[in-house]
Design a protein around this ligand. Structure first.
Ligand code: NDP
Length: 337
């Protein structure tokens, strides 16, 4: 087995992009996916880094998945922007839609971006962080495949349904949180399986509805929402926002499209952006800092996103250590077929 190796961010980007190009992805699709994979590795979000390259390739087994799709932007006079991703991957659809969302938020105060017909295999923090870097408050929601049981149930209905939020800061990178509504992201269970580790209590039940610590049984059974019925209600909200509201798949419908079981959700993403200047409070940045100071005055606290920013600083200086097992898998992926 190959040893762990330290790669630069440029190495990681090239590695991901070259593999995707070899599998028929267009330049735009490959480079936008490589951007998100590299950002995830940079920030220590391993389950959305190079680990995901194989998922993008496997998604092409679905007959409608389009590795060369060019998303179509639609906007009128209202505050809503739409992007039809044309069954391509979400990073490229975001590149096409986000600038229009920023413009709409600045002119209308509040604006939304609905991305439809997209395969979404990524974390949501890059898009909300980018919006907050431009001074906007941002939210993002997407459903996935049916992996999570409803409160009291034993069979999957909801996706792991992440939601992300970002708030601009004065002299620091934005405050961001990005979390699944399940007790864990599915990728975390897959990584535990790969590494031969058991999963913590409360993450999943097996296919008989019995709580399990076995990652394989968890993947065959159902994941659990975080915080019981409260997390399940958030998963339900995400289904309604990223499914019913914007006219796209629920997680149960996305699962039906995932005919090869590759774990590539097909559906929509909803983003909301608010320009704080329209509220005219004048001191929202200072008020936010006051709150952060109250939190951080307590030992044991940190702000969400601080771990990512700390890891980012390290990665920019020293590169990223990539596991040998991952490098072996990427080597296999270089061979098409
Ligand atoms: P985590 O539970 O690891 O983290 C959730 C959030 O909590 C992060 O913003 C994290 O900040 C913050 N946080 C963690 N610990 C603390 C702490 N002690 N104090 C303050 N804040 C803290 O994330 P999940 O496992 O729920 O989700 C992982 C990723 O999976 C997300 O990026 C999500 O978008 C993605 N995902 C994507 C799906 C898709 O279909 N596209 C489906 C489901 C999930 P920090 O990052 O700084 O640690």
């Amino acid at each position: 087995m190959t040893k762990n190796a330290t790669l630069t961010l440029a190495d990681i980007h090239k590695l991901a992009a070259d593999i995707l190009l070899a599998h028929g992805f267009s330049e735009h699709q490959a480079s936008s996916i490589a951007d998100t994979v590299t950002a995830a590795e940079r920030d220590g979000c391993t389950s959305h880094g190079l680990f995901r390259v194989g998922f993008y390739i496997a998604a092409l087994k679905n007959p409608v998945a389009n590795a060369t799709a060019e998303p179509v932007l639609m906007q009128g006079d209202s505050s809503v922007v739409r992007v039809d991703a044309m069954h391509g991957f979400c990073p490229r659809a975001l590149q096409v839609g986000l600038p229009a969302l920023v413009d709409k938020a600045r002119s209308h105060g509040t604006a939304s971006l609905a991305i439809n017909n997209t395969y979404n295999i990524a974390a949501l923090w890059p898009e909300v962080e980018m919006l907050a870097e431009q001074g906007l408050v941002a939210f993002a929601f997407t459903s996935s495949n049916a992996y999570v049981a409803p409160a009291g149930g034993t069979k999957p209905v909801y996706g792991t349904n992440p939601m992300a939020f970002a708030f601009p800061r004065k002299n620091s990178p934005p405050l961001v949180f990005d979390q699944a509504s399940s007790a864990s992201a599915r990728g975390e269970i897959q990584l535990h399986l790969r590494e031969g580790k058991s999963i913590p209590d409360g993450w999943a039940i097996d296919d008989q509805g019995v709580p399990t610590n076995d990652p394989e049984a968890a993947l065959a059974g159902a994941q659990l929402a975080f915080g019981g019925y409260k997390g399940a209600a958030l998963a339900l909200m995400v289904e309604l926002l990223a499914g019913a509201l914007i006219g796209d798949n629920f997680s149960v419908e996305s699962s039906q499209h995932d005919t090869h079981g590759v774990g590539a959700p097909l559906g929509g993403e909803l983003l909301l952006a608010i320009d704080p200047e329209h509220f005219g409070s004048g001191n929202y940045l200072e008020r936010a800092e006051f709150l952060f100071e109250q939190i951080l005055a307590q030992p044991g606290t940190r702000l969400p996103s601080q771990r990512r920013y700390d890891t980012r600083r390290q990665s920019l200086e020293h590169g990223v250590e990539v596991a040998g097992v991952m490098l072996d898998e990427l080597e296999r992926l270089k061979v098409k077929g």
